[in-house]
Design a protein around this ligand. Structure first.
Ligand code: ADP
Ligand code: MG
Length: 156
């Protein structure tokens, strides 16, 4: 799928957010500034979270508990050299919240079996265009992506 500005990425995130259930795990891949946190804002919006979603780059994990389901937003960028042991990640992944992970490659060994990877690619020629690719692992996430593709049409 393609988005042409940040607002469209938020809208797409919100469409996905409507389909998510407690315990779901989303891994957001993409370079710095690709739009991972922007996409997360859309998911939060769909859950009815009004508090502004800010990047958890320095806090590693931000928790939003005022929505339909708890949202746990993680940014593992600072774990490039390890150190995830003390975060208690297993409890988040096995809990009843929705978990969104930026830079999940740094916690590869702690990920659950199934999850939905969303890869966001910047356009080399246009600062506002993103290609957003969905890579579900496991049947549950395959169904979510099918439903999203049926619901969503690229805005022009
Ligand atoms: P990341 O979390 O991947 O580092 P952010 O979401 O924090 O990225 O930042 C993305 C930046 O790119 C924001 O400043 C946003 O306004 C801008 N942007 C421009 N076009 C888009 C788009 N189509 N989708 C998402 N963000 C976009
Ligand atoms: Mg970010």
């Amino acid at each position: 799928m393609q988005t042409n500005d940040a607002a469209q990425t938020i809208t797409l995130g919100a469409k996905l957010g409507q389909l998510l259930k407690p315990g779901d795990v989303i891994l957001l891949n993409g370079d710095l500034g690709a739009g991972k946190t922007t996409f997360t804002k859309g998911i939060a919006k769909a859950l009815g979270i009004r508090r502004p979603v800010k990047s958890p780059t320095f806090t590693l994990i931000r928790e939003y508990k005022e929505g339909t389901y708890p949202l746990y937003h993680m940014d593992m960028y600072r774990l490039e050299n390890g150190g995830s042991d003390e975060l208690g990640l297993e409890e988040y992944f096995e809990g009843q919240g929705i978990v969104i992970v930026e830079w999940s490659q740094f916690i590869q060994d702690e990920l659950p079996l199934d999850y939905l990877v969303i890869a966001i690619h910047k356009d080399p020629d246009n600062d506002d265009i993103r290609q957003i690719e969905f890579q579900p692992k496991g049947q549950h996430y395959q169904q979510i992506v099918q439903q999203l593709e049926a619901d969503y049409h690229d805005p022009s």
